[in-house]
Ligand binder design. Structure first.
Ligand SMILES: [Zn+2]
Length: 339
């Protein structure tokens, strides 16, 4: 069995002008194909909105070819096409978490690789096998837009799914990868550390950092974001001492392994404190959104308008606010329960 495969580092597909296109157009003939770059890991970019640099899946070569976070259901046709054209067979799909942009495509891709196993954080696997509750939660957050933006997840045979606990070793053939529980962004969230390449795959645990800027935007979505868990997870990831840090959005951390963790926790704490302070004064969504964006701007680095737009597309202000409001509601619910 092959242990390595080579892919060109060129980014395929012409850049298109920005428009109203969404992931729902992924399968249309005019949509650019997914791009592959690097060799270990291979970064697969499904070219969301027909542009590169927003979302990444990772392929680990080896005797068990592994795909980390296959992405949304709408992006799956592009990823499948790209895998097929390179004759790559996936043996294992690893999920950091089951948010729709990371995992809604898992069932579609698993269908095309019937021998592949799926491993996901314990606590999320039932929803992969029977996604009705997941779809309902997605609709509560995104309304009718969910299908257009992400597509709906297909169920996966429960016998193919392995729940992962903190510290589990995932067998990738000649190299075991360690699963590290990193709750916060969502409760059932795992990161994966590959000691053979000293690479850490963090999913959304550190936030969002996109090409063209080193600014880290916190990602605090519903339904179960937790600030203390997030900060503990960032600290835990930093202790690993990985030489390479890979984000779901997008690629290798631009601030490198020395800068990304403190940047992530600083940005999160700054935004959270600022949210709580503003929340004491107002419930206005508009005021809170303005505060969020002011926090983003309060870095030393100027942010190009195109990057700001992409950050907003990948991790929208309204979604981050909804997650923080949900956390506050949960905390006050617990306080009143305890009283
Ligand atoms: Zn997520």
């Amino acid at each position: 069995m092959n242990t390595r495969f080579h892919v060109p580092t060129k980014v395929f597909g012409a850049r298109r002008s920005r428009g109203e296109r969404t992931e729902g157009d992924a399968g249309t003939p005019s949509a650019p194909p997914a791009s592959f770059s690097g060799s270990d890991p291979v970064l697969i970019d499904p070219m969301l909105d027909d542009n590169p640099g927003k979302s990444s899946s990772y392929l680990l070569p080896g005797s068990r070819t592994t795909l980390i976070d296959p992405g949304s259901a709408n992006a799956a046709p592009r990823i499948l096409e790209a895998l097929k054209s390179r004759r790559i067979k996936v043996d294992l799909i690893l999920l950091t978490h089951i948010h729709p942009d990371a995992a809604a495509g898992a069932g579609v891709i698993a269908d095309q690789f019937p021998g592949a196993e799926i491993a996901a954080p314990a606590g999320s696997t039932e929803r992969l096998a029977d996604p009705a509750a997941l779809v309902s939660d997605m609709q509560k957050v995104y309304g009718d837009r969910v299908e257009r933006i992400y597509g709906l997840p297909a169920p996966i045979d429960a016998r193919r799914i392995t729940p992962l606990e903190d510290g589990d070793k995932v067998d990738l053939g000649e190299r075991p990868v360690e699963a590290i529980a990193t709750p916060g962004h969502t409760e059932a969230h795992m990161s994966f550390f590959d000691p053979s390449s000293s690479s850490l795959f963090c999913g959304d645990a550190l936030g969002v950092q996109l090409p063209g800027s080193s600014v880290v935007r916190p990602s605090t979505p519903p339904w179960d974001f937790s600030l203390p868990d997030s900060l503990d997870s960032i600290d835990k990831l930093e202790q690993i001492g990985a030489e390479n840090v890979f984000l779901a959005h997008y690629g290798a951390a631009r601030s490198g392994p020395d800068g990304i963790f403190s940047q992530a926790s600083d940005a999160l704490e700054r935004w959270h404190q600022s949210f709580l302070k503003k929340k004491e004064q107002t419930d206005s969504e508009e005021d809170l959104s303005r505060q969020f964006n002011a926090c983003l701007e309060a870095t030393l680095e100027p942010i190009a308008p195109s990057v700001r737009r992409d950050l907003e597309a990948v991790s929208p202000t309204w979604l981050n606010l909804a997650g923080l409001n949900a956390e506050q509601a949960r905390i006050s619910g617990q306080l009143s329960d305890a009283a």
